[in-house]
Ligand binder design. Structure first.
Ligand code: MBD
Ligand code: FE
Length: 304
């Protein structure tokens, strides 16, 4: 015999009270969302017959997840961040907005305020000389008509040979493998860097703990992240995921998409082996000035 009470007017009124519906203070939008979370949680507890042990383990899990700063990692790993891309794609299609380089998730490891260069820059600090493979990464940014966009900002970041990111990996120098490059008169950007390795979740962290219970790995293919922006154009958040990686189409964060695979070419030169990666981007027109900016998602070292 199953007992359910979450649908009753009494319980619904109780959660409306808990969500602040009975007062005129606070934030109405947040109240609406909290009321829904409470009501849906109650329903889930009933429908799946969640035990008290299961419930309190989940509460403890959230404490540990936040304590380790992994909430953004978990939402990527559970595919919610990718879902937001799918939803935006569907809204764009509905609105008749099409064309340009596909978007894909930002992930939790951006740091604002990277050094700015014009045309070209070296991204690595030399600490992995002799360990990493030299990589020449370059391409052009185009407008919707296929004309090169001069003065676009290419804000890019990637992992080192161990798959870790500066700032979050405190053993790396500040802004290692993070730069902003302003495109030249031909819309071109050029970076000298090192071939990144794929990221793996901390095997002892709460995200991997959840993934283990789902029977899943926590690995990403090697990739390079991009924010691309230019006046009058729609901000683009995307990534290049590198060809030949074992996890290219088995990404725990579901970021690899058609049109976002970068073909890495390894070249044997006189100075040894290096990699070449060419990737062009095309932006959409901005419909409103807010479209030119990235989301206001809280990020490390957020600029004022
Ligand atoms: C990453 O490097 C990343 O890009 C994502 C999406 C999640 C975790 C680590
Ligand atoms: Fe990443």
């Amino acid at each position: 015999m199953t007992v359910t009470i979450s649908h009753t007017a009494e319980v619904q009124r109780f959660f409306e009270e808990a969500a602040g519906f009975g007062n005129d203070e606070g934030n109405p939008r947040l109240k609406r969302i909290v009321q829904r979370v409470l009501q849906d949680t109650a329903r889930l507890i009933e429908d799946l017959d969640v035990s008290e042990d299961e419930f309190w383990h989940a509460v403890d899990y959230l404490n540990r997840l936040g304590g380790r700063g992994e909430a953004g990692l978990l939402v990527a790993g559970l595919g919610i961040e990718h879902f937001l891309d799918l939803l935006q794609d569907a809204k764009d299609q509905q609105a008749g907005l099409a064309g340009g380089t596909p978007r894909t998730i930002e992930g939790p490891l951006y740091v604002a305020g990277a050094p700015i260069a014009h045309g070209e820059v070296r991204m690595d600090d030399g600490s992995e000389d002799g360990v990493g493979t030299l990589m020449h990464l370059q391409g052009q940014v185009f407008d919707p008509q296929g004309q090169p966009l001069a003065g676009a900002t290419v804000d890019l970041w990637h992992a080192n040979t161990r798959g870790t990111y500066s700032f979050f990996d405190q053993s790396q120098s500040d802004y290692n493998l993070r730069r902003r490059i302003v495109t030249d008169a031909e819309g071109r950007y050029r970076a000298r860097s090192i071939v990144p390795s794929g990221y793996g979740c901390d095997p002892r962290g709460p995200t991997q703990e959840c993934l283990d219970l789902l029977g899943r790995h926590g690995q990403r293919p090697a990739h390079v992240h991009f924010f691309i922006s230019a006046p009058g154009h729609r901000h683009l958040t995307t990534q290049i995921n590198l060809s030949g990686d074992k996890y290219l189409w088995d990404d725990f964060a579901y970021a690899t998409r058609d049109g976002l695979v970068g073909e890495v070419v390894f070249v044997e030169g006189e100075a040894g082996r290096h990699a070449e990666l060419k990737f062009d981007f095309q932006l959409q027109q901005a419909q409103a000035s807010a479209d030119e900016q990235r989301s206001s998602r809280p990020r490390a070292l957020q600029e004022a």
